[in-house]
Design a protein around this ligand. Structure first.
Ligand SMILES: Cc1cc2nc3c(=O)[nH]c(=O)nc-3n(C[C@H](O)[C@H](O)[C@H](O)COP(=O)(O)OP(=O)(O)OC[C@H]3O[C@@H](n4cnc5c(N)ncnc54)[C@H](O)[C@@H]3O)c2cc1C
Length: 357
């Protein structure tokens, strides 16, 4: 029996796992994906890294503090010191109601030149992680929990783990599906299901577009020749378009990433062919600059659980009657990286209290 199993190797799960590991617990992490990081996601096309999930880490707009003084995002200071994160200073624009681009102040943004998934790798040392292992059921035992699952990758992986404590660090709707079976046997778990069902996510469709090495990937109105980003709260199709390659130290060719609006993604949730959606997003983004319409390569990704619209409103999911089971993630509070880190810390503290008691 392990001390703790953590389901989900996104930022919240890795944070909880690393805190518990450093406190001396034997921790096993499982994740259904091949890579680490969940929505801290980087696609690699040859030597080109593309962030198709989380775009950056950001200090609060009103923060005058250096990263090291900023609560949960103290992680930024550590990652900057380790050479993993660097400040990113694109020219920032907003699309006005008149369709014109308006320059806006650039917030304090930090990105990883090797791709945002390198943040997750920095949190992994020392942890036992089973990748491509999808948890399918959790069952309460007299002294802990059993987690059953499917090994999707390498042969020889265990079919189940047992542990004294369990952290469920996956998006709330996926967590609800997982605890559903256990809920039938326990009123306490049933109560957790009620809390999980209050969380609402917006989907996002993301386009990654790579242009030829000689392409001049500039925006009209841009004063410099470096990176840029455009955001819009009102556009019916997209929310964010940016020159992703400007995050790299030595970009080989321009890369643009486009994130859809929630409405655009919601209308296409049942569509299996994502290509026409990618084409529609590119066509809308190309009204900003016509060269965007014709990339030499493009790929489309759907985030079914992209951004949290309605959070739980607590730092973690818990029930006093089930002290050795906690849930964490960006869906608890905050809906972003900062919330995911805070929730991972809260989950680790709660389990530490339950297991050491
Ligand atoms: C397009 C996009 C852009 C974003 N941009 C920003 C940004 O710029 N700044 C910011 O602060 N936030 C941003 N976010 C949000 C940010 O990425 C998330 O808040 C954060 O990464 C969430 O971390 P998490 O650990 O809660 O969840 P996740 O990252 O979703 O991790 C959950 C993990 O659980 C695994 N999993 C799921 N089900 C199972 C199962 N049954 N068994 C095993 N493993 C399972 C998944 O594979 C995944 O690795 C963005 C999100 C998206 C989608």
């Amino acid at each position: 029996m392990e001390d703790v199993v953590v389901i989900g190797a996104g930022l919240s799960g890795l944070t909880a796992a690393q805190v518990l590991h450093q406190a001396g617990y034997r921790v096993v992490v499982v994740d259904k994906s091949r890579g680490l990081g969940g929505r801290l996601a980087t696609r690699r096309i040859g030597s080109t890294a593309i962030d198709h999930g989380c775009r950056y880490l950001q200090l609060s707009e009103d923060s005058n503090h250096a990263p090291s003084h900023h609560s949960n995002l103290g992680l930024i200071a550590d990652l900057v010191a380790a050479g993993i994160l660097q400040p990113w200073q694109p020219e920032s624009f907003e699309l006005g109601a008149d369709g014109e681009l308006k320059a806006t102040a650039t917030a304090k943004l930090y990105t990883a030149s090797q791709g945002m998934s390198s943040i997750a790798k920095a949190l992994a040392p020392g942890l036992t992680i089973h990748r491509q292992w999808r948890a399918t059921a959790i069952t309460p035992l007299s002294q802990g929990w059993q987690v059953e699952g499917d090994a999707l990758g390498a042969a020889g992986q265990p079919r189940a783990f047992t542990a004294r404590g369990l952290v469920v660090a996956i998006p709330a709707p996926q967590a609800a599906a997982l605890v559903h079976r256990a809920a039938q046997a326990s009123a306490e778990v049933q109560a957790l299901l009620g809390q999980l069902s209050s969380v609402v996510y917006d989907a996002v469709i993301t386009v990654m577009a790579v242009y030829g090495p000689g392409a001049l990937a500039r925006l009209p109105g841009q004063t410099g020749s470096g990176g840029w980003l455009v955001s819009s709260d009102a556009h019916p199709t997209w929310r964010w378009v940016a020159l992703d390659s400007s995050k790299r130290t030595d970009p080989q060719e321009p890369v643009v990433v486009i994130h859809s609006s929630p409405a655009f993604a919601a209308n296409s949730l049942d569509q299996s062919d994502l290509e026409p959606l990618g084409q529609a997003l590119l066509a809308e983004a190309a009204t900003l600059a016509a060269w965007m319409l014709s990339p030499r390569w493009r790929q489309v990704h759907r985030w079914r659980y992209g951004f949290v619209r309605q959070a739980l409103g607590a730092s973690l999911l818990s029930n006093p009657a089930l002290p050795n089971l906690v849930g964490c993630g960006d869906w608890c509070n905050g809906g972003n990286v900062e919330g995911a880190i805070a929730s991972g810390h809260a989950a680790a503290a709660a389990l530490d209290k339950a297991l050491s008691g």
